[in-house]
Design a protein around this ligand. Sequence first.
Ligand SMILES: [Zn+2]
Length: 212
Amino acid sequence: MTKKLFWSDPYLTTLDTHVTTVDGNIIMLRETIFYAFSGGQERDSGTIGGYPVLEAAKSGTEIRYLLSSDHGLRIGERVRVKIDWHRRYQLMRLHFAAELILELVYRRLEGVEKIGAHIAADKARLDFTWPESLTPLFSELTAQAQAIIDQDAAIISAFADELQQLRTWEVQGFARIPCGGTHLRRTGEVGRIRLKRNNIGRGKERIEVYVD
Ligand SMILES: [Zn+2]
């Protein structure tokens, strides 16, 4: 199984490792820092052995990387993995900002249901079924989330079940949440949080989350 070093150290931007599988344009690695789309968090951008990664896909507990057909990499070959740190850091800041808002919405609105979540490098979004506009809650949600951010508390990411590759993040005294994403070390790294409403249809509410 590919060892996912993006969990143990999400701040790593370069890694030397070995190719374990080559299946045409698809390769797999012994260890990786290159995150594949999962839990709503978009994948990283970067290179393996100098070749741009065209796609990264989770397959059970494995990650398969799609390279160009001329990659020429062989099993056992030593390669350098590099990720676009600016993109990854934006994804981590927005991911944790969205986690804060989600947890606060669950606590504030009884019976609210999350129907979607996506973390891109420019914004995150959370979709809910709810019969009315959520805008009246925004100043309260923003203030509560910003208060947690400004505490600059430690975010503890850990395995809940290593065999199943299940992870959690925890801010002591606030929450412990199942999530397999890549997380910041401290809440203060989120920065300033901003919310925007987007009505995506009858009885559905979208909260767009931005960080500055
Ligand atoms: Zn998450």
